[in-house]
Design a protein around this ligand. Structure first.
Ligand code: 13P
Length: 271
């Protein structure tokens, strides 16, 4: 058993940067190189804290070449994937292609996909299954909008997304699932859910995984928080018992800022 300094066992922290629709393939390589150098200068231990980036699809081949060529220890994934494997699905990207590009992860159900593209629970369930078919680890994003939060039904809302999206997974798949709690009202707004809000939802999600699967799945599943995470607030959020990582949007576009989030253990508060 390994112990991390925040007292959580066996769940390796994951610091993930979602670049969204930013950084063309040339800018993406520059950003990734800067990030890798910064972390290398800081002697970052990737075995202790995992680092993943989620560039646009068009960047992935360049990212793969750089990661392989420079033997980088960070991993990467796609921001979305098709529920289908191949065929007449214009504009879709297959999990098979992503696996071939060396992706470790695929985001599924980001709130911007749910809201802007109208992706519904049944489709997201298909996308999760497509990720598993191609040995990609899905990071399922869930979370409530402002009205739901104000009505006080945010926990039930978020758990019902989990139940619908993870329906039909087996325990082995569930054990590999990563879940990101991203309250929509805190995304790109500068409005951060407090560490205790992140903890409340992550604890509820973990408890629900025990109900849906079993205790050992729940104990191992990694739960991330996302929404206006910056170097200045990451450590307090990651210090919470059930928060195993963060999914960072805007701040992941700045190599120095993101590297400081990765190095959160150096800023951990003692409780
Ligand atoms: O949506 C997010 C990450 O997926 C969060 O974005 P921001 O960090 O820009 O709020």
């Amino acid at each position: 058993m390994t112990t991390s300094t925040n007292g959580k066992f066996d769940r390796k922290p994951l610091i993930a940067g979602n670049w969204k629709m930013n950084m063309d393939h040339v800018q993406g390589i520059t950003l990734l190189q800067k990030l890798a150098w910064t972390l290398s200068d800081a002697r970052h231990d990737y075995a202790r804290v995992e680092v993943a980036v989620f560039p646009p699809f068009t960047d992935l081949r360049g990212v793969q070449t750089l990661v392989n060529g420079d033997n980088l220890k960070l991993v990467y994934g796609a921001q979305d994937l098709s529920p289908h494997d191949s065929g007449a699905y214009t504009g879709d990207i297959s999990g098979q292609f992503l696996a071939k590009l060396g992706c470790t992860y695929a985001l599924v159900g980001h709130s911007e996909r749910r809201e802007i593209h109208g992706e519904a629970d049944a489709l997201l369930n298909e996308k999760l299954k497509a990720a598993y078919r191609h040995k990609l680890t899905p990071i399922l994003c869930v979370g409530e909008g402002l009205e739901v939060r104000q009505a006080g039904s945010h926990v039930e809302h978020t758990l019902s997304q989990l139940r619908a999206n993870a329906a039909g997974l087996d325990a082995e798949q569930a054990a590999r699932l990563v879940i990101a709690y991203e309250p929509v009202w805190a995304i790109g707004t500068g409005e951060v859910a407090g560490p205790e809000d992140a903890q409340e939802m992550c604890a509820a999600l973990r408890a629900e995984m025990a109900v849906l699967f079993d205790e050992s799945v729940a104990a191992g599943v990694r739960l991330l928080y996302g929404g206006s995470v910056k170097a200045g607030n990451a450590a307090a959020i990651l210090n919470e018992r059930d928060v195993d990582g963060v999914l960072v949007g805007g701040a992941s576009l700045d190599a120095g800022e993101f590297a400081n989030i990765v190095r959160f253990e150096h800023h951990l508060l003692t409780k």
